[in-house]
Design a protein around this ligand. Structure first.
Ligand code: PLP
Length: 383
């Protein structure tokens, strides 16, 4: 049976509304968001959904994370604690600001940062914590918030996989940190191809992020450059499509939650699989933990049955990535001379042996769920 994929029209919610949005922008003659209206409207709408005071649209989730690191203002060589199980877009902005990524280990039940491991790594040069709500499951935001407050650190929430993820108590993921970062890349819940948004309640951080996204150009001050910045602007085409997608987001997440709940039900009591906690989950992917270490074999079985499932999520956790053995800026590694990423045994075991991710999609039906459940049960029942 065919599984709808986020790489194809039948697994996306792109339709007449997005076509009309793109046409509206093209016919207006203004494709750039400095002088257009769409990106500013998207920012207001996202700020409304999240109840945040500011939203800054930009060119990608990685750009949004870079803005967040800029807002945290590390000095060169300062440390930012983050997770080894994430997209490289979480880590690249740390390097871009000449800060040092410090990898903390994760909770083996879901791959999210373990606040105890984070606490043990906080030192005199720690400036920020970057948490990821992995696969759409809420990270331990309360524990990380408490650590950030205790030590005067900036908490950045990477919500690229976690649109409308809810934290215990009902707050949306992205509203507990100083900055929350969203992605509109092709493989996320909603998309405009590439795009990102940073949200914050803090006036000064919002100002820094806006300046950095627009070449440090304070538009109210004439052709005058107030700070170092890049061009991370979202285009009007991206913003118009993203607005149409944003209107569909609640339906996308609700549909994913419905079918994920069915799969959880169907897998209850199956031996050798640890099920994800559904609370607040936005189901970017459906992750399973195989505590006995046979996730690669289960993934191969599912893939052979036509189910889009993968073991490990990454080739290696980011603390083991080849990039740490290479020069980073020209021939230089500054400020990473002598740098050795921390071992993260839980993350390493997850990626190598125990983590399985099944692609998830708002277009899955009960039949898709039944097929997945049947194949997992069949694999577990084999002699
Ligand atoms: C996709 C993703 C990013 C990067 O977003 P882009 O829009 O692709 O730049 C960062 N972090 C996580 C957790 C992601 O899934």
């Amino acid at each position: 049976m065919k599984f709808p994929s986020m790489a194809e029209a039948d697994g996306r919610t792109l339709g007449d509304e997005e076509v009309a949005a793109a046409e509206r922008v093209i016919r207006s003659g203004m494709l750039n968001s400095v002088w257009g209206t769409e990106a500013r409207a998207l920012e207001r709408e996202i700020a409304g959904v999240y109840g945040s005071r500011h939203a800054i649209a930009c060119s990608s989730g990685t750009a949004a994370l870079h803005l967040a690191v800029v807002a945290a203002a590390p000095d060169p060589g300062d440390e930012i604690i983050t997770t080894p199980i994430t997209d490289f877009g979480t880590v690249a902005p740390i390097l871009a600001q000449n800060a040092v990524p410090v990898f903390a280990d994760v909770d083996p039940s879901d791959g999210n940062l373990d606040p105890g491991a984070v606490a043990a790594l906080i030192g005199p040069r720690t400036r920020a914590i970057m948490a990821v709500h992995l696969f759409g499951a809420p990270a331990r935001a309360a524990g990380l918030r408490a650590l950030a407050d205790e030590h005067g650190l900036t908490l950045i929430e990477d919500c690229a996989q976690a649109w409308l993820t809810e934290l215990p108590g009902g707050r949306l993921a992205g509203t507990v940190g100083e900055v929350g970062c969203l992605s509109l890349q092709q493989w996320k819940h909603i998309t405009c191809g590439d795009g990102g948004v940073a949200i914050t309640d803090d006036e000064e951080l919002a100002r820094r992020m806006r300046l950095f996204a627009d070449k440090g150009w304070d538009r109210a001050a004439g052709r005058s450059h107030a700070a170092f910045g890049l061009n991370y602007r979202m285009t009007e085409l991206q913003a118009a499509v993203a607005r149409a997608q944003l209107a569909k987001l609640p339906g996308v997440v609700a549909a994913r939650r419905r079918t994920a709940a069915r799969l959880l039900d169907a897998l209850k009591g199956v031996p050798g699989v640890r099920l994800p906690r559904p609370d607040g989950h936005a189901w970017w992917l459906f992750p399973l933990v195989c505590p006995d270490g046979d996730a690669p074999e289960l993934a191969a079985h599912l893939a052979a049955a036509g189910i889009p499932a993968h073991a490990g999520y990454l080739a290696e956790p980011l603390n083991r990535a080849p990039v740490w053995d290479a020069a980073i800026y020209g021939a230089s590694r500054y400020p990473l001379d002598g740098y050795e990423p921390n071992p993260c045994p839980q993350a390493e075991r997850l990626v190598e042996r125990t983590l399985l991710v099944i692609d998830w999609n708002e277009r899955y039906t009960t039949r898709h769920v039944e097929t997945i459940a049947r194949e997992i049960v069949k694999f577990r029942a084999r002699p």
